[in-house]
Structure formats: C-alpha cells, structure tokens
Design a protein around this ligand. Sequence first.
Ligand code: FES
Length: 168
Amino acid sequence: MDKKIIVKMKKEVREKIVEICNRFNNNPGELINVLHQTQDFLGYLPAEAQELIAECLHIPTAKVYGVVSFYAFFTMTPKGKYPISVCLGTACYVRGAEKILDAFKKELNLEVGQTTPDGLFSLTCLRCVGACGLAPVAMVGDKVYGRLAPADVKNIVKEYKDLEAANA
Ligand code: FES
C-alpha cells in the first residue's frame, strides 16, 4: 500500500470511501457494491480509491483492480463534462443500441470507458435506464434521448459542442 498516494486524496473523499466500506461491514464479498457506490460518488475509480478500498476490505489491490478492469461499467477515467451513456439493456439492444454505440464511438473517436482529450465527452454503457418504451435510448448527463437512429448521434454531439462554444 502506497500511503503517499492515498494521502493525495482529499480528506472528505477518503472519509466518504471509508464510510461506504463500513456500510458494507468491510466485507470483501461486497466488493462490487462498494465499487458501485464509490463510482456513484466519485464518477470514476481512480487508483487511490481502489487502494483505499483494498485496505478497508483487507484484500490485495490487484484483486480490486482485476474487478474494476473486468466489468465495463466501472471506469478508471474521470467522466467528461457531458457524460454519454448508451443503454445496452434488452429492449434497447434488440432495437439497435449497438449501432448507436458504434455511431458515438465513431463520432467522438472514443472507446467505451474513455474520455475525449478536451474532457468534454465520455462514453459508457448502461443496462436499462427505465425508458424501454423509447428504445434505443442514450443519455447525456441526466437528459434522455429516445428512439434513436445512428444518424441522430451527430446532432446530439453537435448540440453539446454548440453549447460549449456559446458558453466560451
Ligand atoms: S433496455 Fe434500454 S431503457 Fe430499458
């Protein structure tokens, strides 16, 4: 455990992660739930957070890292200012969600779990956001875009680029 790295995290962040681990009784069997709640709080799972979780749950950091890197819904990269999430739940999947995801990848030159170099956009996948009637669905932040076709993706990205340009 590299104490120097952990010290770099803000005290409040550190305390919050310890609180999340305590919520699950520091039980190593709850690792995935701990990681989910930590990611909900931080937006991503930096190495420092993984090391602290490993310490609290008394497991090797490599095990935490292994779980984080195995599941696509965990990310070690900070989210973009406009986080894009494509739903790959069943209803969306059968209505072409993969093509929507591919269109975002192409438009932003990004893979799932990555953030654009300017920090504006990040791309993740979700499992059902509860808007199956609008499938296929993607979200940008809290805003839901439904009944998407791959051709819509360009305009969605443009909407946020224009917003950014207007605020510049
Ligand atoms: S499966 Fe996509 S919103 Fe339910």
